[in-house]
Design a protein around this ligand. Sequence first.
Ligand SMILES: C[S@@+](CC[C@H](N)C(=O)[O-])C[C@H]1O[C@@H](n2cnc3c(N)ncnc32)[C@H](O)[C@@H]1O
Length: 377
Amino acid sequence: MFRRISTQNSFAHPFLAVFGKRYYKKKSWKMQRKKASSLENFQTFYAEQFGEDWPSLFESLKLPTQHCAVVNRFSTHREAHAKLSSITAVQRHNIPPFNSTPNEDEDDQNQFQLPCYLPSSENIRFPKQEKTSNGYFDYYLLDASSLLPVLALDLNPESTVLDMCAAPGGKSVLISQFLSINGCLVTSEVVNHRRANLIQVIKDYIPKISKTKDLVQVRNLTGYKYGEYEPCTYDRVLLDVPCSSERHNLQTNFEFSLWSDQHSKANANMQRKLLMSALQTVVPGGIVVYSTCSMSPLENDGVIDDVLSKCSEDKRLKIEVVNSHFASHSLADMFNYRTTRNGVLVFPSKTKNWGPMYFCKLRRFAIESEVDSQYRI
Ligand SMILES: C[S@@+](CC[C@H](N)C(=O)[O-])C[C@H]1O[C@@H](n2cnc3c(N)ncnc32)[C@H](O)[C@@H]1O
């Protein structure tokens, strides 16, 4: 009775109209100033990292993101292949994981390759994904650099895998492509609306194994807790952490105003804790792949250095960085990348417009007391 809900302009009153406009003008002016100073700090920070490569890298970061299409093996994939192969300037590649060794058995080899369509020229736009006749979507579109952390995971069909920061779910879909019904994928996401999207993506792309069994479970447990609640549980952990996402943020006015090296340091702090948890929840002998879509060394090699040094003080957690074998993979040529102290950093150029993506592969060792206890009768 007392509240009238107006469907009209909220600045209908002349005073409110003037006040409101001034308020928003002031706010947007403040935002512009904040963005300008963020941009200046950003330029200084990265010019130092990349030297003479920086100006062209900066221009490439502003280009629209390019996509590749990974065919969903759970769809009626003939329909997907027919649709994608009819696009001109797109080429099919069957992509094996980085560790794969040539296999005599052809069936086995097919199981381990991702059918992927890559643009052979710039500005290719793929048609929208659609459901095939069995009800599952035909392909997933993503920046090709997103394939890399998954290909580095050394997956086998029976792996028990945790995707610790999973929404919107592109990498979960990729992981599922390598698993058989004896494998298992747990995906975690803490933000409610992002988890809802993740659940939808999984429903759209991945079938249930049976009425009572799922290949993929979705959880809302924070990544920080896995180490404590489920120690030594997963064969493989993908930790694709929240990060500064410079390319994405550079293209969205609002978020870029938040960029600062302090912000990157705060991210690194959170990423270190997530990585410690990932290393505790993986089984001894298991693999953790840490990845970001940031170029900040604080969030990349810096996080790995800190965690390695922390683990060297902890007798229960022996960790080493292992070679991902990316550089010798047939895919490497299509990326612009640097091999860093601990991993690989892919960053876009005008002709190889993929990334940024950093990834590092870590193995947890069995500690001596565990090895002893295995042989103790
Ligand atoms: C970089 S995105 C992951 C992208 C995803 N791997 C993909 O390829 O589609 C990071 C995600 O981690 C989520 N996240 C943030 N803090 C988290 C936490 N403590 N535990 C688990 N997920 C978290 C964010 O909400 C965000 O959705």
